[in-house]
Design a protein. Structure first.
Length: 370
């Protein structure tokens, strides 16, 4: 049984997924076609990682969505009752962050001050709002007037990028700053989403170009203007994160919408990061840290199986899965500036758990990862 695509949605336009529903064309470069071990060996800095199962809040499912500089991980987990709540994992323990009165929440971003953002249901579970969790309390950030809103990323100033539904059902990227919410608009269409924000308040995501919302491009929004940064030649793309130097990562369909590849955009140019090689013909990048390490994943045709991956200095490392995983699936969502990677993996029991990958040569005195 394959994993669902929930680890990408709603961050990825369905066109990106649909483009890979049939057998895509394999990457043409020799480097991209090399086995994962060979690609990792292409650079001297390829790391070997240990993987830590972060457990759950009592249920069978959890997902790791982001890791901050202290090694604290946030995400969502089921309880023993089956409800899903946002969590903070720190000092070896998973903490339930609660909800906004309903039965559902999920954390999506965290900064180094421990401020956390995500989405949570209100009483009655009919409406989800973006939330900000700080100092032990969950605060309602509201939305655009529709039934769903989420905070996806938070910078060190406490500014939040995310998205929300309007009363007429359109979904738009938004920025919460100084207690106010701003609809960032689109690129000519009627929909957009945002996943990343840096400390310069540059926001990235994906936006529709046409009224039918059939063509999507990655964007950077800064100083009140949304800039189209294009695709890898296809009709659908989106940006996931932007680091302090303005480097942007995400995913895009290639020419002819044959498949989806991870990209790195910097200094006005978009570069194809390729895949894990061999039969891994799909990839998507979720995060880039200030050192230039990119976290994401690479998949076979049909988006399954998938392995978490880290791209760095022209090479790529396959992070693998938890030992004895019942299914060949893992995904990386975030990498901090120490190279710690948060994501998810199938367990030996066949469940999905939040995990933390840590480079083996990392100085263990630098933070807690017991």
């Amino acid at each position: 049984m394959g994993r669902s695509w929930k680890w990408l949605l709603p961050a990825v336009p369905l066109a990106l997924l649909a483009a890979c529903s049939e057998q895509p064309t394999a990457p043409a470069s020799d480097a991209a076609l090399a086995p994962a071990a060979a690609r990792a060996a292409m650079h001297a800095d390829a790391a070997v990682y240990t993987v830590r199962d972060l457990g759950t809040l009592g249920g069978t499912y959890s997902e790791g969505r982001a890791v901050n500089g202290k090694g604290w991980v946030v995400g969502g987990s089921t309880l023993a009752t089956g409800e899903q709540h946002a969590f903070l994992w720190r000092d070896g323990h998973m903490i339930d962050l609660g909800t906004l009165g309903g039965t559902y929440s999920r954390a999506l971003g965290i900064n180094d001050d421990g401020e956390i953002v995500g989405a949570a249901s209100l009483a009655g579970d009919l409406v989800d709002h973006a939330f900000l969790w700080r100092h032990g309390r969950m605060h309602d950030l509201g939305g655009l007037g529709g039934g769903y809103a989420e905070g996806f990323a938070i910078n060190e100033d406490g500014d939040v990028a995310g998205g929300g539904l309007t009363p007429d059902g359109a979904f738009y990227a938004v920025l919460w700053r100084h207690g106010r919410i701003k609809n960032l608009g689109a690129l000519g269409g009627t929909s957009s989403w945002s996943n990343g924000i840096n400390d310069e308040d540059a926001v990235v995501g994906g936006a529709a170009l046409d009224a039918a919302n059939s063509v999507w491009h990655a964007f950077i929004w800064k100083r009140g203007v949304m800039h189209d940064i294009g695709t890898l030649g296809g009709n659908s793309g989106g940006a996931s994160y932007i680091n302090g130097s303005g480097a942007v990562v995400g995913g895009s369909t290639t020419a002819g919408d044959a498949t989806t590849h991870a990209f790195l955009w910097h200094h006005g140019r978009m570069h194809d990061l390729g895949t894990l090689g061999a039969s891994y013909v799909i990839s998507y990048a979720q995060w880039i840290n200030d050192a230039g390490q990119v976290a994401g994943g690479s998949c076979l045709a049909g988006w399954f199986p998938c392995h978490a991956a880290v791209w760095y200095r022209g090479g790529v490392s396959d992070l693998g899965t938890l030992p004895g995983a019942a299914e060949d699936w893992s995904w990386a969502q975030s990498v901090n500036d120490r190279g710690w990677v948060a994501g998810s993996s199938v367990t030996a029991a066949g469940d999905e758990h939040a995990v933390l990958w840590i480079p083996q040569d990392h100085d263990r005195r630098d933070g807690d990862h017991r």
